[in-house]
Design a protein around this ligand. Structure first.
Ligand SMILES: Cc1cc2nc3c(=O)[nH]c(=O)nc-3n(C[C@H](O)[C@H](O)[C@H](O)COP(=O)(O)O)c2cc1C
Length: 310
């Protein structure tokens, strides 16, 4: 089975994707990139599209609600560094749905068709759709979404087997996922609360072509290898490699975007490692004290102290 890393806004930047690739992920996704942001020339949006040496295959995820912006974004993202472009039609966050994007699109399969078509017509890369079962359990329209994707020329469907109303919790509807797999003419990747060998085996039974893992990778970027039965121990611990890659990536951004104001290495590492470190030491003895300490971390040397104390 192929295991892939989910797009996770705020987390799946180049350093973390590189860690997950080393941890066995067959494919990783960028954080969602705003088509409107690209169309308006936003530099922070461009940073989200950066990859770094040592990464494996990377797909670029776009979000938006306008055909012309997605057409433009698809052209901009057609880069040798990417192997696939993906349309986000599943994010339930208000700042995305109020623009008519993300999960809002689920209510309008024909709009998904038009947006995907705009992407397909403006890239040479395969285009895929990431979506959910429908707006809520009383309205399961995933077969219409699948039909829209197939008609538009999408080369794959990634299905988070929950409804928008469930956000990121509650039952993962594997029965529905299996039905979608059996009807689809394009490969289906399954997604939703795969955390270990047991949940992966249950999802594999639906016949999916690949399994996408999100939150479980945050504390354990080697989960992809473990799910494939490879218990090989890493040399340098992920947390140490993570810091190293972050610093390399900051240097790369500074060189590639010399006119952008980037935080210092101290600031960059503190902000970025802050969110990740919380997860790395979750459940360990002394986690509460470490968490309190993390909130005050401002320098690289303080981060190194914490990492070496883990
Ligand atoms: C913090 C966070 C950020 C996310 N960001 C994105 C995103 O940028 N694009 C997207 O399609 N889904 C996003 N998702 C949804 C995940 O990709 C995935 O579908 C969801 O977490 C279910 O998978 P999991 O149970 O393995 O985590 C996000 C989820 C979380 C928790």
């Amino acid at each position: 089975m192929k295991f892939v890393l989910a797009p996770l806004a705020g987390f799946t930047d180049a350093p973390f994707r590189r860690l997950c690739y080393e941890g066995g992920a067959a494919l990783t996704y960028t954080e969602m990139v705003s088509a409107a942001g690209l169309a308006h020339g936003s530099s922070p949006t461009r940073h989200l599209m950066e990859t770094m040496p040592g990464e494996g295959p990377v797909a670029c995820q776009l979000f938006g609600s306008k055909e012309d912006e997605l057409a433009f974004a698809a052209r901009e993202a057609t880069l040798p560094r990417f192997c696939e472009l993906n349309l986000n039609a599943g994010c339930p966050m208000t700042k995305v749905t109020r623009e008519g994007a993300g999960a809002k699109l689920i209510e309008d399969p024909e709009k998904i068709y038009r947006l995907l078509k705009a992407m397909v017509e403006n890239t040479t890369l395969p285009v895929t759709l990431k979506t959910r079962l429908g707006p809520h359990p009383g309205h399961c329209n995933v077969f219409e979404l699948l039909d829209a994707a197939e008609r538009a020329g999408a080369k794959g469907l990634i299905l988070h087997a929950r409804f928008t109303s469930q956000m990121h919790g509650g039952t993962v509807h594997l029965d529905r996922l299996a039905e979608v797999v059996s009807r689809a003419k394009i490969p289906v990747t399954g997604n939703g609360s795969v955390t270990d060998a047991k949940t992966a085996a249950e999802m594999a039974k639906t016949g999916v072509a690949a399994i996408m893992v999100g939150r479980a990778a945050l504390a354990n970027p080697s989960i992809f290898r473990q799910l494939q039965g490879d218990a090989a121990v890493d040399g340098v611990r992920p947390v140490e490699r993570h810091l190293r890659y972050l610093l390399e990536f900051r240097d790369q951004l500074a060189a590639r975007f010399p006119h952008d104001h980037l935080p210092s290495a101290d600031g960059f590492a503190s902000v970025k490692m802050h969110t990740h470190l919380f997860r790395y030491f979750n459940g360990r003895p002394g986690a509460a004290a470490l968490r309190a300490r993390l909130n005050t971390v401002r320098t690289l040397s303080e981060i190194n102290d914490i990492i070496h104390g883990l």
